[in-house]
Design a protein around this ligand. Structure first.
Ligand code: PLP
Length: 259
């Protein structure tokens, strides 16, 4: 059994964060472990509170895992502060395993899940260690300080992320104004670039989509899939999870991890 780890925030509502990651791991037949960086109080209507965990206790969780388990891949989600990011980068630096960084910044309701000053720390300490980074369009713009309007902009932004040392950049195009398709753009260092197009699914139930996609990618990479194959399988998984969305709660419901 392959063991993978998510380092992320808890969503007590179960649709995003650690909870979405662990459900996805289970569904994709890897053994999920977790390091919780922050607690959030939230439901499908929004985030009503954030409580970061002490850096020393984040380290303690990670040390407990590394001491006992041969971790096959790690993903990071909500990291919240520069101090947390720097501590995690120091801990991960010594492990030579796939690292998937989902640069979570803002919840759908607009609540901040990453402090402004943490963005520099993300770019300077964690992204150079990343095997894959999975920003959506606004996150890619924030990470690089550029505006994305055309495909050329997407290519430029991906290049600047690759220059930070990331091995593979996946820019998720769900925020682009394309009424028919959701297109994701993949750029692999010294490898192919390609896009993945799927029919746009009209639904308000997309809570935790980014978490679920990056968790699926972590599961497939942890199982030893080659990069391109892992990306394509993760895209299929998230497409089904959105297609068979769950109308749970009164707001933006979660995607369906059992799809
Ligand atoms: N809460 C936590 C803990 C998360 O990690 C994420 C992930 O992006 C979110 C909320 C945001 O969820 P969404 O914006 O998909 O509703």
């Amino acid at each position: 059994m392959h063991i993978v780890t998510t380092i992320a925030g808890s969503d007590c509502g179960g649709g995003a964060g650690i909870q979405a990651d662990l459900k996805t791991f289970q569904e994709l037949e890897v053994f999920g472990t977790s390091v919780i960086t922050a607690l959030t109080a939230q439901n499908t209507l929004g985030v009503s509170g954030v409580c970061p965990i002490d850096v020393s206790f984040i380290k303690k969780q990670f040390e407990a895992l590394v001491e006992d388990f041969p971790i096959a891949a790690i993903k990071t989600g909500m990291l919240y502060s520069a101090d947390i990011i720097k501590a995690i980068a120091r801990m991960i630096d010594e492990l030579n395993i796939p690292l998937i960084v989902d640069p979570v910044m803002i919840a759908k309701g607009g609540e901040s899940l990453l402090q402004q000053e943490a963005i520099n720390a993300l770019c300077s300490t964690l992204l150079p260690l990343a095997t894959v980074v999975t920003p959506n369009i606004p996150e890619a713009e924030t990470l690089t300080g550029r505006t994305i309007q055309h495909f050329e902009d997407i290519k430029d932004v991906a290049q600047s992320l690759l220059q930070l040392g990331v091995q593979c950049v996946i820019i998720k195009g769900g925020h682009l104004a394309n009424p028919l398709y959701a297109i994701d753009y993949v750029f692999i260092k010294n490898g192919p670039s390609f896009s993945m197009q799927s029919p746009r699914i009209q639904t308000k139930n997309t809570h935790g989509t980014g978490c679920t996609f990056s968790a699926a990618l972590t599961a497939f990479l942890g199982r030893g899939f080659a990069m391109e194959e892992a990306i394509i399988e993760a895209k299929k998984f998230i497409q089904l999870a959105i297609m068979y969305d769950l109308s749970i709660g009164n707001g933006h419901g979660p995607t369906n991890h059992f799809a």
